[in-house]
Design a binder for this molecule. Sequence first.
Ligand SMILES: [Zn+2]
Length: 180
Amino acid sequence: MNLPLCYFGNPILREKAKPVTTFDTELEKLGNDMIATMREEAGIGLAGPQIGKSLRIFTMEVPPEMDEDEKGQPHNPGLESPLVVVNPEIEIVGDDEEEMEEGCLSIPEVRGKVTRPFAIKLRYQNVKGEEKALALQGLAARCVQHETDHLNGVLFIDYLSSVKKMSIKGKLKRIKQNYG
Ligand SMILES: [Zn+2]
């Protein structure tokens, strides 16, 4: 089942989402519905608040061909995909950072360059409540950081330069008016 999206201007996107404490069939269904919605909207990640659930859950599906190093080797070989992540905890690995253009399903037609750590360790629970850990780099690591930000009420536009922020002001206003 596809779920309706929440857009910039909706206060739920600025709330700190609550930890998931109940691991039942309802949570499993939510994960499946979020995957369906993410695919329908052609996104690579979708967080709970974006579909009106202030819960610490997100889904991710990064196409491997979008996540390779300069030599064409996959950054994250064997990564389960799509992935449902519950109660994520991120640890930054190393000092490498990378700048890359990001977008967000909740902020249509706005894109901007964001600098983020290149490699992370992700601890999380799956929909059954089992503890999991993943070492990630490249686009998947970026996606996890973007989605975990959503669970803390942070949006990628918060990282943009003040000049860039000024330049997207009109677009943000239109999103608020059209989707709010
Ligand atoms: Zn987003």
